[in-house]
Design a protein around this ligand. Structure first.
Ligand code: URP
Ligand code: ZN
Ligand code: ZN
Ligand code: ZN
Length: 513
């Protein structure tokens, strides 16, 4: 056979495979969060139909050999901001490029944020953001909604979102003063409403007042470069807000989810709260697990600016390994990326003033490999914990398990064939993210997604993407996730304070003025 004929044949074979709606994955090690077993996986029309050994191969199905590979649930990135308009510009990865990049990295679902401006209806913002995402997404997605202001209308709309729109998670900002930040009494009200409607409260935990004062101080000292960003909001600014959020959530017995846990101090606060029995979950992100804030002190301004995000990557270089230890041991629960990408020319809006550098880093394509490298290849976690922190726990917390986050009969066919021994070097030259750099540039990662299956279709295979905009679906989520609310409800039943029953006092009472 000539080379051309061979190339053509394999092209058509690949094309045929990519159009297939019936797939059997043979001989791989199926890894769930609780066990691993060599099994075949049969997929039809977007769902997993069967998992077992030596499954018969029906006629006409596409066969994928997964010998010596792992077959894992597709990754769920709990935290992205595709095409977010923020700090005077717009994130460069949109729902199309961002979800394509996700698939190339072994992530088959993203959870993005609706962030209404103050005064804007949450319902209108939700509809608008969903309409923006729907025609572009290449993988499934879901939406958290941010509560950036407080009123009776916001309260009512949260209920409608939970009952009718498939939203069971709301993010409250304790930073971005005068933009998104809520006061403590508003946090109390928002958390109470989350509890009332069976949602989980999420917090961006940083003390926004202290950040404003710290920034003024740094600028007055002549510190205008990227290092000023961390210097004005050191670890305790994050740890204090984290503790405050936990205290407020506990006061109303509302489950809490701390997004982007970036420092050792904040992680310790989450960890000790969990040990005291609080229903709180901490989400480290790929950036915080894979790199650190020392880059922000780099002499090259552009290099330093690429690493600016809030809360900041910490200059203590032992931070990523510490966060990974806590993630491995269930002190932290789940991973996202906070993927919110601004190219260098956008970061340059803050070339003379660090407070104007758009906050955000990449990660949606890199998360799975970074976590395998730093978590599993390093020996801190096993393959099952890897699955727990990259998909299953997210599916449980946000109430879409076992539809997502599990390889099992009846689950959605979002599946990744993972080669734990293969390596790849992360680079902006080869990545699929639209941003013009990569904060993990040059990192060699063991653990490579070789095939990604989304909604039962092969959408990525050995470097070739065949995903189409609009192919993904919005995944609605019901309130009262058992994984989160069972404990909360149990406490409500048995743990309410009760008055002491007494014989009424019938003695003298002095008269008041
Ligand atoms: O720097 C960040 N994190 N940008 C996105 C907005 C947010 O706070 O998550
Ligand atoms: Zn945030
Ligand atoms: Zn650097
Ligand atoms: Zn974010």
């Amino acid at each position: 056979m000539s080379v051309l004929v061979h190339l053509r044949t394999s092209y058509f074979k690949r094309k045929e495979r990519m159009n297939q709606s019936r797939i059997i994955i043979k001989g791989g090690k199926v890894v769930n969060e609780d066990c691993s077993a060599i099994s075949d996986v049969y997929i039809e029309n977007g769902h997993i139909i069967d998992v077992g050994s030596n499954l018969e191969i029906p006629a006409g199905v596409t066969v994928i050999d997964a010998t010596d590979r792992l077959v894992i649930p597709g990754g769920i990135d709990t935290h992205t901001h595709m095409e977010l308009a923020f700090m005077g510009t717009k994130a460069v990865d949109d729902f199309h490029t961002g979800t394509k990049a996700a698939l190339a990295g072994g992530t088959t679902m993203i959870m993005d944020f609706v962030i209404p401006q103050r005064g804007v209806s949450l319902l209108e913002a939700f509809d608008w953001w969903k309409d923006t995402a729907d025609p572009k997404v290449c993988c499934d997605y879901s939406l958290h909604v941010a509560v950036t202001w407080w009123s009776d209308k916001v309260k009512m709309e949260m209920e409608t979102l939970a009952k009718e729109k498939g939203v069971n998670s709301f993010k409250m900002f304790m930073a971005y003063k005068d933009v998104f930040m809520l006061q403590d009494h508003e946090l109390y009200a928002a958390f109470s409403q989350c509890k009332q409607i069976g949602a989980i409260a999420q917090v961006h935990a940083e003390n926004g007042d202290l950040i404003v004062e710290g920034a003024k101080k740094m600028l007055s000292l002549g510190i205008t470069g990227p290092e000023g960003h961390e210097l004005c909001r050191p670890e305790e600014v994050e740890a204090e807000a984290t503790q405050r959020a936990i205290t407020i959530a506990h006061a109303v017995n509302c489950p809490l989810y701390v997004v982007h846990v970036m420092s050792k101090s904040a992680a310790k606060v989450v960890s000790s709260a969990r040990r005291e029995g609080r229903v709180v979950f901490g989400e480290p992100i790929a950036a915080g697990l894979g790199t650190d804030g020392t880059h922000c002190w780099h002499k090259d301004w552009a290099h330093a600016a690429k690493f600016i995000m809030g809360p900041p990557l910490r200059p203590d270089p032992s931070t990523p390994a510490f966060l990974m230890d806590l993630l491995a041991n269930d002190d932290l629960s789940v991973t996202g990326t906070d993927h919110c990408t601004f190219s260098v020319c956008q970061k340059a809006l803050g070339k003379d003033d660090f407070t104007k550098i758009p906050n955000g880093v990449n990660g949606v394509e890199d998360r799975m490999s970074v976590i395998w490298e730093k978590g599993v290849h390093s020996g801190k976690m096993d393959e099952n914990r890897f699955v727990a922190v990259t998909s299953s726990n997210a599916a449980k917390i946000f109430n879409m398990y076992p539809q997502k986050g599990r390889i099992a009969k009846g689950s959605d066919a979002d599946v990744v064939i993972w080669d734990p021994k293969a390596t790849r070097r992360i680079s902006a030259v080869t990545h699929h993210q639209a941003v013009d750099y990569n904060i993990f540039e040059g990192m060699e990662c063991h653990g490579v997604p070789v095939v990604t299956i989304s909604r039962g279709k092969v959408v990525y295979e050995r470097g070739q993407l065949s995903a189409h905009p609009g192919q993904g679906r919005f995944i609605p989520r019901q309130p009262y996730a058992e994984f989160v609310y069972k404990r909360v409800q149990q406490r409500d039943q048995v743990g309410q304070p009760r008055p002491v029953i007494r014989i009424p006092y019938d003695g003298d009472v002095i008269s008041t003025y």
